[in-house]
Design a protein around this ligand. Structure first.
Ligand code: ADP
Ligand code: MG
Length: 692
């Protein structure tokens, strides 16, 4: 690939519509691929590559293998099937044989297939006597492609296959990328300092960008890809390192009395001793708060390991030192539970606890706000309602965020801004793989509770098909007879017209009338008024209600140790981490617990997911598995990812690169917190840092 230095003409930041061959209409389509400038196009990573230096011949294609074949369309026909379905069938031949291609319900493809034209097909070959491909990817070999062929854009090399959007075809995109490479790649400045690049043996950006698209070999592709992935990971880690440095530079006004009457009394009334692991993380927290810079700590630990009591001890330390503490939870139910449990523990010791949730009535709300502002509430528990501007604290020193993965980074920052330099403890039960932790929580130091309280037994997990529904009910009945309680979880609140899905509302009625007529059942879901939800939850926590029929509102944090059975219906509808969270609602006490998932799912991904779920109760293992199956974006939900969407890097496979990027970024910020060095100008520009 030749690189010519552009004398005049487009620069990397030139809007894409001005690149030769694009224009406004196609620029609008490219915007859907997040391509806005010529340089964006250079970073549009192919989703895969095909080695077209040699095509497979039809005769040598092995059933079961994915191959790329070039051949001629010998015949094609579009057939209408019953119920409005269509079947497009084409016979493609090369000098060694013929192959049948089938496309169901993609009638528009008929326009792309003309008898006598050459096509390139990619897909899995099936059959023995008669070879066929179902839904192969199709690329037309244009008659007028002589120019492209000369440049070897589409054949005779490793060829990029891009993500597409409507109105943008592979061949056109390849040609435009080539144009952009020829015209602007050489002008993309090298962002990495030379010393770093050499030490880590990273290729130059001006070499890596063309190789990402039109690699000379699989080796050079990997070198190019890891170089560009490093850039993205390094920038992300620099942002985190800078955020941490900014936070840690501050000197906090609060000083704590670590050993005092409140923490001691709180401990004395606990019905259990802390585990060694809980003691260890508490010590980490106490070490942090006794520093002059604010704490920035993540407390991780699997469902049920006992994070709340550790946070409560930190809260006791803050309050006995004369300050306020705030505890934010993602759902009204969880905030209400924390308020109930912590009031019981703290109020007898003279601590004034206030609850501020979205459902708090206006009269009471005004009173709570007044107490927060006057400093006559010591511990303030709430949902994101705590973030509202009307909430002003008198002397907030400690901020605790529970189930942080349900909040965004911006919400975390908003609560921290409620005080000058508060100590921050964020907790999460969703075990996330290390690569994600380093990305999402990379500015925090991490403590992990690595053991469950003594006497806990892993939750027995069973996967039943619909045909074994009665047996699933029998398991629940047996537990209820022994005095335990249980949950039955549905993906929907209400049954939907024409859908087969079972829903909580209808099933609650059915279960009460037909299946468990002698047991007290209640329904709970997120569309109920919060006061009603809280009433139901209180009845369940006190044991009045024996069986709770619910949706995912119970997913996080709820703690009723007497509940030991759970049935999850349509389990294929839930993500792996979500299933793990749901299962975490049981097995929180001394009694053995059983979780049954009911699912007839037949698709491979769902079956893999459910098999993983019944195979282990280890949340970290499940999280790694979920990352592999679903990818990082899906895993964390929309709130979390926006700020680190990568074009080239892939958290599921670039773990080692990420560790390198992190080490280098934090070391760099430690040496040069303002990134003021002369070789860092490009990095400053990318991070939007303007020098004073
Ligand atoms: P999570 O870490 O999921 O937030 P919780 O803090 O809700 O878990 O604790 C789960 C249950 O374990 C609670 O009922 C809590 O009282 C209990 N628990 C916490 N620590 C211990 C311990 N050291 N020994 C026995 N039970 C404990
Ligand atoms: Mg919890």
């Amino acid at each position: 690939m030749t690189r010519q230095a552009p004398l005049s003409g487009p620069a990397p930041h030139t809007p894409i519509q001005y690149l030769k061959g694009v224009g406004p209409a196609r620029a609008a389509r490219l915007a859907r691929l997040e391509v806005k400038t010529a340089e964006d196009l250079l970073w549009l990573a192919p989703r895969r590559y095909e080695d077209r230096s040699r095509f497979a011949s039809i005769r040598e294609a092995q059933p079961g293998a994915a191959v790329t074949i070039q051949g001629r369309v010998l015949a094609s026909a579009l057939r209408r099937l019953p119920k409005g379905r269509t079947l497009l069938e084409a016979t493609v031949g090369d000098s060694t044989g013929t192959l049948r291609c089938l496309w169901f319900n993609q009638p528009y493809l008929a326009r792309q297939i003309r008898d006598g034209e050459d096509v390139i097909l990619f897909g899995e070959v099936e059959g023995r006597a008669r070879l066929q491909m179902v839904h192969p990817e199709l690329e037309r070999v244009n008659q007028d492609a002589s120019q492209d062929d000369e440049a070897h854009l589409h054949v005779g090399r490793i060829v990029p296959i891009y993500p597409l959007t409507e109105g943008i075809g592979q061949r056109w995109l390849r040609r435009i990328v080539k144009t952009a490479l020829d015209r602007v790649a050489a002008a993309v400045p090298e962002p990495l300092p030379e010393e770093l690049r050499r030490r880590l043996k990273l290729a130059e950006v001006g070499w890596a960008l063309p190789q990402l698209h039109f690699p000379d070999s699989w080796d050079t592709l990997e070198q190019a890809r890891s170089r560009l992935a490093f850039d993205e990971l390094f920038l992300m880690q620099l942002r985190l390192a800078l955020r941490r440095a900014r936070f840690a530079q501050r000197t906090k006004p609060q000083r704590y009395q670590l050993d005092g009457p409140l923490a001691r009394a709180f401990r004395r009334q606990l019905p259990f001793a802390l585990t060694a692991s809980q003691e260890q993380v508490l010590q980490d927290i106490l070490d942090d708060v006794s520093r002059t810079t604010p704490m920035l700590r993540l407390l991780q630990g699997d469902v049920g390991c006992g994070k709340t009591v550790v946070a409560a001890l930190a809260i006791a330390v803050a309050i006995q030192s004369g300050f306020q503490a705030a505890l934010m939870a993602p759902t009204e139910l969880l905030a209400a539970q924390h308020a109930r449990v912590l009031r019981d523990a703290f109020e007898p010791l003279g601590v004034r606890v206030a609850l501020l949730a979205g459902g708090t009535e206006s009269g009471e709300r005004a009173d709570v706000l007044r107490r927060i502002a006057a400093g006559t509430a010591d511990l303030i528990i709430g949902t994101h309602a705590l973030l509202e501007p009307s909430v002003a604290f008198a002397k907030l020193a400690l901020v605790v965020i529970d189930e942080q993965h349900k909040f965004g980074v911006t919400q975390r920052a908003a609560l921290v801004r409620k005080a000058a330099a508060p100590d921050l403890l964020v907790m999460t039960a969703t075990p996330i793989p290390r690569t994600l932790a380093l990305s999402l929580y990379g500015d925090l130091t991490c403590s992990t509770i690595i053991e469950l309280p003594a006497g806990r037994q892993p939750v027995r997990t069973l996967w039943f098909p619909e045909a074994k529904r009665q047996e699933a009910y029998r398991l629940i009945r047996a537990a209820l007879q022994e005095g335990r309680q249980g949950y039955i979880v549905y993906p929907l609140v209400d049954a939907e017209e024409g859908k087969e899905l079972k829903a909580a509302t209808q099933m609650a009625r059915h279960l009460q009338a037909e299946v468990f007529p002698d047991k007290a059942i209640e329904l709970i879901h997120g569309q109920m008024p919060t006061t009603a939800q809280e009433r139901v939850m209180r009845n369940f926590a006190s044991g009045t209600t024996r069986l709770l029929v619910s949706t995912v509102v119970i997913e996080v944090g709820l703690d009723v140790p007497n509940a030991t059975v759970m049935l999850i219906e349509h389990a294929e509808r839930f993500g792996l981490s979500q299933l793990h969270q749901l299962r975490g609602r049981i097995g929180r006490g001394a009694h053995p617990a059983t979780c049954t998932v009911l699912s007839d799912a037949s698709d491979e991904l769902s079956r893999q997911r459910l098999a993983s779920f019944v195979g282990t109760t280890d949340g970290f293992q499940l999280a790694e598995r979920d990352l592999m199956l679903r990818g990082p974006g899906e895993l964390l939900g929309r709130d979390q990812h926006g700020w680190w969407r990568f074009r080239v890097a892939d958290l599921a496979r670039d773990a080692r690169l990420l560790e390198d990027a992190r080490r280098e970024a934090f070391a760099l910020v430690a040496r040069d917190p303002a990134l003021s060095g002369p070789s860092l100008a490009r990095l400053r520009a990318k991070l939007g840092i303007t020098r004073r």
